[in-house]
Design a protein around this ligand. Structure first.
Ligand SMILES: [Zn+2]
Length: 279
């Protein structure tokens, strides 16, 4: 099994929203904001090549959004989904499966694009698509708070492909690739745990979007059920520490991966590194 980090793009979100009830005087030291109080986030996907399957976890933002939307999110950086795949030695046609941790735009919009006739097309025409059943149903009937995050144009082409599959419980989806479903960030969000045989890489998705969110009360205001997220985060970190998992962060622009250590103040990050260093 081979893993590749696929950098898509960076984008900015309001620092206050990113760190919820934590005062800026504290989070600013750990994850500094720019002059507009915006924190620059990475958007990183993970490609797992099992030999038989080329599985992409999340698909980034892509290029479908209009200028008005982009003016709120300040897409930046050198990353690009297709270029990053090609750098790893793969084309969009090679991808056999796409697992969406959830269907917020920053995780799934890159899976579709508009062609020159403004028709919606699939970026990965050969792929099967996987999401949790709860998340799909939640995204299809969006509440007012998350409505802007669930965009029809990202979702309907997946359904129309006839290759959209639903996961309804924690399971081993492919050999060595385990699915965990939690409801704190959004209903039915998936974290993925990948056991390569030599080590385990865990992608918590937005359960722990950056290393700054490892301390228990550091919970983003985007999370729809913070107390449930808190509980799921405790369980995830305990299991990750006990089993020496390497955490892989989709949104931490400063840190790609870390290991964990137990301290008097709870579980904290230990070593920070990029995934390539251990591959
Ligand atoms: Zn999200």
């Amino acid at each position: 099994m081979k893993l590749f980090v696929i950098e898509t793009e960076n984008f900015k979100v309001d620092g206050g929203a990113m760190f919820g009830v934590i005062p800026k005087s504290m989070w600013q030291k750990v994850y500094p904001a720019d002059e507009n109080n915006m924190c620059n986030l990475a958007n990183r996907c993970l490609l797992v090549d099992t030999g038989h399957k080329k599985i992409l976890i999340d698909a980034g933002i892509g290029n479908k959004h209009d200028e008005k939307f982009l003016s709120h999110i300040f897409v930046n950086g050198e990353g690009n989904l297709i270029k990053s795949l090609s750098k790893a030695g793969y084309s969009t046609n090679d991808i056999t499966d796409v697992i969406f941790t959830h269907l917020h735009w920053d995780h799934c919009a890159g899976a579709t694009y508009y062609n020159e006739n403004h028709e919606l097309c699939l970026t990965f025409p050969q792929a099967h698509y996987w999401t949790s059943k709860k998340q799909w149903e939640w995204a299809m009937q969006p509440n007012a708070r998350e409505k802007a995050a669930f965009q029809e144009e990202n979702l309907l082409p997946l359904e129309q492909s006839g290759k959209l599959h639903f996961i309804d419980h924690d399971m081993e989806l492919f050999p060595g690739i385990y699915i965990r479903i939690t409801d704190g960030h959004t209903i039915g969000m998936i974290s993925v745990i990948i056991n390569t045989g030599s080590y385990t890489v865990a992608l918590p998705a937005d359960l722990i979007p950056t290393t700054a969110h490892i301390p228990l009360p550091w919970i983003s205001a985007y999370d729809i059920q913070p107390m449930i997220l808190l509980n799921d985060k405790i369980n995830f970190l305990n299991e990750a520490y006990a089993n020496n998992w390497i955490l892989f962060f989709e949104h931490d622009i400063h840190t790609e991966c870390c290991t964990l250590q137990k301290t008097e103040k709870g579980i904290k990050e230990k070593d920070r590194f990029s995934l390539n260093n251990i591959l």
